[in-house]
Design a protein around this ligand. Structure first.
Ligand code: MG
Length: 225
């Protein structure tokens, strides 16, 4: 098979946090004295840094790197508290079986492509028993722009395979139109999954290679053949 790099999004693709991420971000803004209304937008497909920047702007605060880093540090602290008691947290359907099936495929590098910073990603994966499933990733701390962090993840995957990115097929798996657009921006194909806030029809508009209801779909497994 063609050497392949898989980059999995986390929220809405691997797990749903039952609102713990938003509650944690709301608490981080509250620590600054900012109201929850400044983050009254859909986080789907946004990087942590982009969420922080947009919220800081809405609250009239400076959008400096220092402010963004401080806000994310507070968010991560709250996430440690919110996630374990989030009743709605769950690993999404088909995820474990798909990761099991892909783990032993020769020529496949299994990684993350997520807007979460590394520590947030690890916290969420650990909560779902998925920590250690991914050898590398592109993260929200690599870049604020989703396409750029996917490019970083793809480069790490290629390094793991001992190849150039150009010699590899890159497949991005995500749950939002932002994942689809970012995948296309780096020349990757996208498998879009409707387990987040977007349905199949909405995801189809961005022209992903494949759209599925959830990751139990045999079409996803076949996509890696
Ligand atoms: Mg997502």
């Amino acid at each position: 098979m063609t050497p392949t790099i898989a980059l999995f999004d986390i929220d809405g693709t691997l797990v749903t946090c039952g609102g713990a991420g938003r509650r944690s971000m709301t608490r981080a803004f509250a620590d600054l004295g900012a109201s929850a209304s400044c983050i009254d937008f859909d986080f789907g497909g946004m990087t942590d840094r982009a969420i922080a920047r947009r919220g800081l702007r809405a609250s009239g605060r400076p959008e400096t790197d220092a402010e963004i880093e401080a806000l994310i540090a507070r968010y991560l602290g709250h996430l440690q508290d919110e996630l374990p008691r989030s009743a709605g947290f769950r690993v999404l359907p088909g995820v474990v079986a798909l990761l099991d099936a892909l783990r032993t495929r020769p020529g496949l590098a299994l990684g993350l492509g997520t807007g979460n910073v590394v520590r947030g990603a690890e916290t969420k994966l650990a909560q779902g028993g998925l920590l250690g499933r991914f050898a590398f990733g592109g993260y929200g701390c690599d870049h604020e722009d989703r396409a750029a962090l996917l490019a970083a993840g793809a480069a790490r995957g290629a390094a793991q395979l001992g190849l150039s990115v150009e010699a590899c097929r890159v497949i991005v798996l995500g749950d939002t139109p932002r994942d689809v657009a970012a995948a296309h921006a780096i020349g990757a194909s996208c498998v879009a999954v409707a387990t987040g806030t977007f349905g199949v029809e909405a995801l189809r508009e961005g022209g992903p290679a494949l759209v599925v209801q959830d990751l139990t779909s045999p079409a996803v497994h076949a996509w890696f053949d």
